[in-house]
Write a protein that binds this ligand. Structure first.
Ligand SMILES: Nc1ncnc2c1ncn2[C@@H]1O[C@H](COP(=O)(O)OP(=O)(O)OP(=O)(O)O)[C@@H](O)[C@H]1O
Ligand SMILES: CC(C)(CO)[C@@H](O)C(=O)NCCC(=O)O
Ligand SMILES: [K+]
Length: 244
């Protein structure tokens, strides 16, 4: 049994896997990290390996503290990945993006893939049908858009995510919801349409904390799976064991 942990920019997500089967998911904050891992290991005594991928600022020591109970692995860009990395600055590519690209490559062979991760940031990652990772885009996520409108203006309130009533926002809050939500939906559909115009034989995977909210609002057909990063982390680790 394997415990995978994804340290994101805002939250930490974990999952226990038995082979390819996801048994349970956990979401917690940095402060609750050690306590949560302890509890998971108590409930799943057969966990033998802890696999960590982190873009956040959690100390490695917090995980190494469990080394007397199981094997601890940190996924890094020096590990084997199932694609050719064509990013011009591979050493600065986010490990979450590499893990997503690995999952897309392994789960959807012989096709062009676009992975959209709608989390703190919205990242776009493209792997072509010959398994070349080409890059993509980094944009602010939904919550970040609401927060930046508030934080960098004098007059705009901080609003919680809401479905925009109208295209034409006729109040301050309606205008913000339309700008943030409709804006991101048009952005994602716009990106997908541009990629589609350039590449045939094409699959789109949507993941991240805003998956469900966004999936029902997109015009394009996508494969929505909010656990795609956790599943990809499990697959990246299996690939590493086989190819190291
Ligand atoms: N409890 C929550 N806390 C924070 N964000 C949440 C929560 N529930 C839903 N969300 C939505 O999820 C988005 C953040 O996504 P996610 O949780 O995947 O981010 P993250 O943990 O920082 O991961 P990453 O850094 O990989 O994007 C926010 O835009 C927000 O709208
Ligand atoms: C873009 C984020 C913040 C998304 O989590 C992460 O992948 C990251 O820190 N990336 C480094 C920059 C890059 O991917 O080129
Ligand atoms: K993200």
């Amino acid at each position: 049994m394997i415990l995978v942990i994804d340290v994101g920019n805002t939250r930490i997500k974990g999952a226990v896997f038995e082979g390819p089967i996801l048994l349970e998911i956990f979401v917690f904050t940095k402060i609750e990290l050690q306590k949560n891992i302890e509890n998971i290991l108590k409930n799943f005594e057969k966990v033998s390996d802890l696999v960590v991928s982190s873009v956040g600022d959690v100390e490695k020591l917090s995980f190494l503290a469990f080394e007397n109970m199981l094997n601890v692995h940190f996924i890094s860009n020096t590990d084997p990945f199932p694609f050719q990395n064509k990013y011009a600055t591979p050493q600065t590519l986010g490990i979450d993006r590499m893990v997503l690209a690995a999952g897309a490559t392994l789960q959807f062979p012989n096709q062009n893939r676009l992975v959209i991760d709608a989390g703190t940031c919205v990242t776009y990652d493209f792997i072509d049908q010959d398994n070349n990772y080409l890059g993509g885009a980094i944009a602010p996520g939904l919550r970040l858009r609401y927060e930046s409108l508030h934080n960098y203006t004098a007059k705009l309130p901080l609003l919680a995510l809401e479905n925009p009533e109208n295209l034409i926002g006729n109040s301050t809050s309606d205008s913000i919801h339309s700008g943030v939500v409709n804006g991101l939906v048009y952005e994602i559909d716009g990106f997908i349409n541009e990629y589609r115009a350039r590449y045939l034989n094409f699959i789109i995977i949507l993941t991240g904390g805003d998956t469900d909210f966004l999936a029902k609002r997109l015009k394009n057909t996508i494969f929505a799976n909010s656990n795609f990063l956790l599943e990809s982390l499990n697959q990246t680790f299996q690939y590493k064991i086989k190819n190291d």
